[in-house]
Structure formats: structure tokens, C-alpha cells
Design a protein around this ligand. Sequence first.
Ligand code: NOJ
Length: 544
Amino acid sequence: MSFYQIWIRSFADGNGDGIGDLYGVYDRLDYIKSLGVDAIWFSPVYPSPNADYGYDISDYRNIHPDYGTLDQFRKVLDRAHELGLIVLMDLVINHTSDEHPWFKESCKGKDNPYSDYYIWRDPRFKGEQMLPPNNWYSQFEGLAWEYCETRGQYYLHVFAKKQPDLNMDNPKVREEVKGIMRFWLDMGVDGFREDVITYISKNPALPDGNPLLPMINGLPHYKDGPRLMEYLQEFREVAREYNAIQIGEAPFTPVKTAATYISGPDRVLDMMIQFDHMTADCIMTEYVWHRFMLTKLKKAFTKWQNAMNGRAWNCLYLENHDHPRVISRYGSEKFWRESGTCLAASYIFQQGCPFIYQGQEIGMTNIRLRSIDQYNDVSTINAYHTFRRHRSPESRMRWIHVSSRDSARTPVQWTDGKYAGFSTAKPWFRVNPNYKRINAAAQEKDPDSILNFYRRCLALRKETETLIWGSYKEYYPRSRKHYVYERSYLGDRYLIVCSFAAKETKERLPADWAKAEKDLVIGNYPFSTSDILHPYETRVYHMR
Ligand code: NOJ
């Protein structure tokens, strides 16, 4: 099974106001189906003040007016189902918006029905000086605590100030979550992608974190917390009633821990979105950038492939709305088509479910805006200011160009026409100026395009048991140029060769593959039997 992710604001505008919406999605469902995927994951489409573009929800049971109505959503859902596509919603329950009615009530005082819905604590005092309850930083904005005058207490926000963390230890909050799940499942939705789900149980003592670490110093006290399993089991029961899929987002979760959530018949989640392979050009987060290292990427791939083999199912992805575009990171804008296709083969044939993020299938690349004021994303702006003491504005802008989440959030480039065919009105965010060259319409016509390569890979994967069920084996893990892996199943074997070199290199094949009769079933250059690989060449061999 494979997924297509929609970040709706930038997907396609159907009503001509410059903002992507459900009308635009409806019109593109056939396109999504034509890719060969089986499912759609919608990043949040709910009402939201957009402090974090939908990940700050102010009403869990409605659609943001910018995107349409519940009726329009039902139409999209029904049509998707007719096309054989299942639909997953984003379940964001670690936090709400501060404009959610629960929070507004909770702020009012300590004795209303919502007063215990969030994580409130009294201030600490150092002499006269009032301090927050602990020293945690928020991942998005300054400290993780904000003072509320009316209540005389601080509330916790692991992300932006406008994203107060829910108190999942309160059984009423968990009942609300189950109610929200039922609301969408009753409508016919097929499951959820669950946002930072491994953060929902905090260490109740809320101890100080390491004062030297920026942004994530509280992490050990709110990730994989003491009651997480218990809560996930509760939510799993609801999902079971509906046979719904649950995919949990789990930043910084090690493989061993991940396996405890996603393996076996009593698993509490079906799959996990892990982050290991997204740090092949950075340290922990894209904002601390270094040169891309293929060996780091391969190590992460292989670690998860081996650990999950026979136990659980991997989420395979290279892009989503939280990461800059992968060609600009792990590939090469110069060898744009070649590296875009090579990257596709590097992950689609691994064991697990491939995810494709809107625009990835046409090889969209990073945008480079001149000044930080032109960026929208709260975490991009925070990173720019966090490093102000260490780096000049120019050098910080260079980092933003390689790291910003906004690069994944520019309007999808459908045509080479005005506003890239995304809208008839001026789009809410800048279109990448390369849309005349990089757009879906041009690639539809070109059999060798990145778009058609994705289609070929997904089709091959779907019809090939070995590429679905087969075991995984990596060759030459120390090579800094090539990524070579094999899938095999009941004697049937495929070898995927990916060159990450920007020049010609000699192909190295395992001895039995070199000798064997084999077919080249997919490649991104004209088929040849030469043992010279072109820049970013990929070849998928099948042993006869
Ligand atoms: C993970 C989401 O993918 C990201 O976009 C969001 O900013 C944070 N969680 C907070 O909800």
C-alpha cells in the first residue's frame, strides 16, 4: 500500500481565492489515483488560526472555511472511495490552538469544567523574580511556558505559544479524543496519522531538562512518557471497532522503542513515522545543517529495515510538510531529473509503505527567499532568531534556504501558466520561480519524467510480491557513492542500484548478481549493459 500526502493550503485552489482547498482536491483525485497510490493522508483541514498551519486546531469537528465545508469534505471522501483510495485524517491531540473553546475556558480559572484540560502549573519564585515551572524550551518559540494572567498560572506548550499542550492524564480529555476519532470514522474516514503521538504522556513531575540544550531540553520528560502505552491502548480500541489504520508520528524514537508500539497483534499503532533517515545532512534537525552524507542515510535506512523485518511495517518517506525538498538536500538540482528519479528508487522498493508528498512526484525543489520576513513557518523564524548570537544574518539565511519547512509548502506546480496553474488568483504563498521548467503538465507528456518514473516504480512495486514481502539486504554499506540493496522472496530476487555520484562511476555488483542472467526492469537512463553508471543513475535488476 502507498500513500499520497496532501498539505491542502498549497495543493490546488478550486474556488479562485489563492488558497488550496477541497474543491481543488476533488478535481485532482483522478490525478492522485493515476500515480498508483492507494491512500491519501490529509494534513489538518480543520478550522485553525494557522499559527502552525493547521497543527493548531480550534475545532476538531469541522473544516476550515478556507478549504470548504463538511459537505465538500464528504464529497471528496466519497469520490476517493469510489476510486479505491482510502483517506486518513491528521489527528493532532498533543495540543490544540489557544483559540480552541476548551483553552479559552481553561484560562478563565481553576474551577470550570475545562480547567484541567491543559497542563497548568504555578510559577516558581527566585526571591521576587517569577520564573516558569521548569527550564524547558519550546521546540518552536522561546520557553515552553506562557503565563496566563487571569488564571495566575503558566501553561505548557512544547510547540508554539499558540499550541497549548493537552493534559492527557485527564480522563475527560481522552474521552474527547475518542469522540473526535468516532466523529470522523463514523463519516467514513479510514484512519489517522497521529501527530507527535509519542509526546502525549508527560512525566508528571515535569523535572528540569539539560540547560545547555536548545529547543529540545525537555524531550526526555515528554517523549515516550510513563502512561503513553496505556493511552494508545485506549485509542486503539476505538480504531479496532472501525478497523481503522493508525500511523503515529514519533520524532526521536529509537527503533527498539518503536517496535514496542507497532509490532505484534496487540500493537497500538500500525506504523510509525520515524526521523532517522531525515538527518543525513544535519544534526537532529534540519536547522543544524551539514554536508549530505550518503553513508549516514544508508545506515538509517538499513537500521530500520533490519529492525522491522518480520516484526512490523516501515513508513517509507523522503519528504513531507516538515522537511525541505529532497532533491535539494540529498540529490542535486543540477542533475534534477536524474537525482529525483534515483531518490525515488532508493526508497520505494524498500520493505514498508511508501509515502509521496505533494509535488515530490514532479521533483519540486527548495525555494530561496531573500529575507526572513518572506517566510511564514513559525519554526523557520524561530531557528533564524535562535542562532542570532552565533551567525551573521547572511549565514543564517543560507541555512534557512537549505532547511526551511516552507520549501515544502510552496504551491504545487501544475502547469507553466500563470501562478503555475495552482490558482487563478495570486497564491497565498510564493510560487517557486522554477515552475516554467518544473510542472506536472510538462511531465505528463514526457515518458522519462520524474512523474512517470514514480508511476512506474509504484506500479512495479504493487504487482511484485518480492518487492512487497521480500527480505532486505544492503551491499557495500561503506560506499560513499552507491546505495545497493536487494529484496528477495521465495527465491525471487531484485537488486536496486542507486548512484549518488555527480559523475560517472563504475558499477559494482555482488558476485552472484554479476554472473547471473538478469533483466533491467527500471532505470532512469536509456537501458544499457555497460558497467559505467551515469550521474545519479539508478537500475532495478530482476534475476531470471
Ligand atoms: C508535527 C507536524 O508534522 C508539524 O507540522 C507540526 O508543526 C508539529 N507536529 C506540531 O504539531
